[in-house]
Design a protein around this ligand. Structure first.
Ligand SMILES: Nc1ncnc2c1ncn2[C@@H]1O[C@H](COP(=O)(O)OP(=O)(O)OP(=O)(O)O)[C@@H](O)[C@H]1O
Ligand SMILES: [Mg+2]
Length: 263
């Protein structure tokens, strides 16, 4: 796997159930979720709105706890958030009064020596293609650039696990494709175990080695589709189309594929 060892950790999701209480009603959101994600793998999760994708990511991140079952990271039960688990949310959540450098450095432990901080900030700023924008405030950056700052801030701690919750949803198609490529490139370099939640079927196939399809009410894992594509992946290749068709069939059911879909 190249010159670097895999630092990604295994994620084991075992019989996870999550229920929420809204007023007096209880809402079963996740029902008996079982998933094994291998160290250093990159997988996508897709599923309709409300099927519990963000809830599942929050459980993996230790931001919430399951009612039943457990999640293990490298064999150890997740009980609270850890710096080894980086989360990138849909909104960039940058500090508006801090420039790019400060926003990226925000992810680092406070006791990091100043010169080491600067070195790391520059490294990650370069990694996400923001050289020359260190002094710019978020409002002086485009949406895509703000997203890059958020990615660098998440990566600067060198997380062993990276959780992405619809990170590119609000961006235009070109910026989106660009950032998908960048994240895959960084994943290839760093090999952190990566879980991407998305609504975008093409994004799920382009980025994931597996596409995990969830269905709703209650949220369950419906199907796992392996993405066995030649690297670098081509979104327009015949093999890509075949996987896309498989995912569509799972989603809409055989014979119910939208009319504008053709292969
Ligand atoms: N803190 C909470 N309290 C009560 N209910 C919640 C809470 N968080 C989520 N839910 C409920 O759990 C269900 C799943 O929510 P979740 O955010 O995980 O869905 P999702 O699959 O990420 O949807 P989307 O694709 O729209 O982001 C929803 O019905 C939501 O109302
Ligand atoms: Mg969500």
């Amino acid at each position: 796997m190249g010159k670097k060892e895999i630092k990604g950790e295994a994620i084991s999701i075992q019989h996870v159930k999550k229920e929420f209480q809204i007023e007096k009603e209880s809402l079963l959101v996740l029902k008996d979720i079982n998933l094994e994600i291998e160290p250093g793998d990159i997988v996508s999760i897709i599923g309709g709105s409300g099927c519990g994708k963000s809830t599942l990511l929050r459980l993996i991140a230790g931001l919430d706890t399951p009612n039943e079952g457990q999640i293990l990271i490298n064999g150890k039960k997740v009980e609270k958030p850890s710096v080894d688990v980086g989360v990138l949310f849909q909104e960039s959540r940058l500090l508006p009064w801090d420039n790019t450098e400060k926003n990226i450095a925000f992810g680092l432990p406070e006791n990091t020596p100043k010169n080491q901080k600067q070195e790391l900030v520059e490294k990650y700023m370069h990694m996400v293609g923001l050289d020359g924008f260190g002094k710019a405030l978020p409002k002086q950056l485009s949406g895509g650039m703000q997203k890059r700052v958020a990615i660098a801030r998440t990566l600067i701690n060198r997380p062993h696990i990276l959780l992405l919750d619809e990170p590119f949803g609000a961006l235009d198609a070109f910026t989106k494709m660009n950032l998908q490529e960048e994240v895959v490139r960084i994943w290839k370099e760093e090999r952190m175990t990566t879980v991407l939640v998305t609504h975008d079927i093409d994004e799920a196939i382009y980025m994931g080695n597996k596409v995990i399809i969830m269905s709703a009410k209650p949220g369950v894992v419906k199907e796992i589709i392996k993405v066995d594509l030649k690297e670098p992946r081509s979104r327009t290749s015949y093999d890509f189309e075949q996987i896309r068709l498989k995912v569509y069939k799972e989603f809409f059911g055989e014979g119910n594929i939208p009319e504008d879909y053709s292969i």
